[in-house]
Design a protein around this ligand. Structure first.
Ligand SMILES: [Zn+2]
Length: 301
């Protein structure tokens, strides 16, 4: 299999979740082995290749350091690139955060599909986990076990009755990612959003950019996109956060109540567990993998 990049440059604009101001993002094709790189185009900063170690904050969103600036809310765009199998791209963000759109990854998925994806001259490298790696913190946990595919299982338990207990399981392929995970929106509680507004945060947070919950009610007039939209969004975030490893993954990740902070600690732990994985290349035609790509989405809930 070959590495892949975009066929055409993408330009997009929407408000930022934190500032509430218009933010522009431009995604350029990039040479093989570039990885995913970001820069702040409103400053003179150089491109920084993302890795778990570029993450400086996981408060409300995943934020990376780019030169002496930061870029926030990268996770939904990262998830879309990973989910669709884009290995190389250079991303210009004009301002302190990636625009939020509707709080899901659908706008990014549609833009990437419109721009097109092309194969490049170099082989794609995968990270294949051979043994279980587990991390626990504050009653939450996350682990990876060996698998021939990339699978994610996620459990959440909220006292709030709109959310409650939800369990998700997907074999993550470009098809299942686009249809089952990408449309799931970020969510927040009305009282917490109001608190954040008072603190001058989450100025772009609202019914157009998130699912907002008040007790047993979902305040968005259009309702939910899936009955289990909440756990699906947690899985979308996990795919985005774990994609900072920089390789497509062979392994089954299982998570219980994880979030951006534990996801990032886990990504660092994975990289540092060199005896537990190998970096592999696949032959150009691998029937098993092609079958995998054509698998139907496997949502259980
Ligand atoms: Zn999210």
């Amino acid at each position: 299999m070959k590495q892949r990049t975009l066929k055409n440059t993408i330009e997009m604009e929407s408000i930022g979740l934190h500032t509430g101001e218009k933010m522009q993002v431009t995604i350029h094709p990039a040479y093989p082995d570039t990885g995913i790189c970001f820069r702040r185009s409103d400053t003179e900063s150089e491109y920084t290749r993302v890795s778990p170690y570029t993450v400086t904050s996981t408060q409300l969103a995943t934020t990376i350091q780019c030169g002496n600036q930061t870029i926030s809310t990268i996770e939904h765009l990262m998830a879309a690139l990973y989910g669709l199998g884009v290995d190389n791209a250079k991303i210009d963000v004009r301002g302190p955060e990636v625009p939020v759109f509707d709080g899901s990854a659908t706008a990014f998925v549609n833009a990437i599909l419109d721009a097109g994806i092309v194969e490049q001259a170099k082989a794609r490298k995968f990270i294949k986990f051979k043994k279980r790696i587990r991390l626990e913190k504050d009653g939450k946990w996350i682990e990876i076990i060996p698998s021939r595919f990339f699978k994610v299982t996620f459990d959440i338990e909220f006292e709030n009755e709109s959310i409650g207990q939800q369990k998700g399981y997907f074999n993550v392929t470009p098809e299942s990612f686009s249809k089952e995970l990408a449309p799931a929106r970020t969510f927040g509680f009305k009282n917490e959003v109001e608190q954040l507004w008072q603190m001058g945060l989450a100025k772009g947070g609202g019914l157009d950019t998130a699912v907002v919950i008040d007790g047993k009610d979902v305040l968005n007039p259009e309702g939910l996109r899936f009955n289990d939209e909440f756990v699906r969004h947690k899985m979308l975030d996990l795919v985005g956060d774990i994609s900072l490893l920089g390789y497509p993954i062979f392994g089954h990740i299982r998570a219980y109540k994880s979030g951006h902070n534990l996801n990032n600690l886990f990504a660092r732990t994975l990289i540092e567990s060199a005896n537990f994985y190998s970096i592999i290349e696949l032959p150009d035609i691998d029937p098993a993998l092609i079958n995998n790509l054509e698998l139907k989405p496997q949502g259980m809930s």
